[in-house]
Design a protein around this ligand. Sequence first.
Ligand code: PGA
Length: 253
Amino acid sequence: MAQRPYIVGNWKMHGTRAMLAEARAIDRAAERLIKVEVALAPPATLIHATRKEATLIGVGAQDCHPADGGAHTGDISAAMLKDAGAGFTIVGHSERRADHGESDADVKAKAEAVLASGMNVIVCVGETEEQRDAGKAESVVAKQLKASLPTGEGVAEKVTVAYEPVWAIGTGRTPTVDDIGAMHRSIRKVVQGIYGDEDGAGVRILYGGSVKPDNAAELLAADEVGGALVGGASLTAESFLGIIVAAAEAGED
Ligand code: PGA
């Protein structure tokens, strides 16, 4: 892994203030594991408190509305998330795409709003099992990338891509290391096509989907994998730290 591995925990719709103790424990441990860049995306209700509890790790949001403000009951703008303490926002997670019918165009508009607010963005892409079985995984992901990634001067350095096969999220199933490597090489080509060879080479590509302490070292060693987006295993400091330690060891190669 050429760059410092980036390990991001996505708490999804989990967590009340009682879970801040986990964030604190993760933050303390991150102090010793400086070879890894660690971040947490708690639910929006905990961003401010997490930012106050955790001083070293990154803190981000899981979604935002694309507009600056207005009559959008229940929604939260990128500027509000930043004001609450978020330094990045995840957009286009497959659960948002499925549960809220978000299209690639919606995801791109959200990504642009995130960048306009001054935060970094993690853009998620990934194929369904049906698409993989039909041999279309790489073409589906390429299409998502081309239509979801924000473009423009200086944008590449603020963008991280997360490849999350939908069928691997929360299922305990993962692609083979070879399949992850092939997909990440394909993503790298598309990203370089969008941002140019040099800028595109610097974009981090995370793998997500059933990353656990016991498979993290293997998955992180796949070609072009710059880190992981972790759901279930980020909910306790104990399991998330297992992944961070594996990443620290992988980063030493
Ligand atoms: P999982 O979720 O680690 O629980 O599979 C990953 C994600 O959805 O980001």
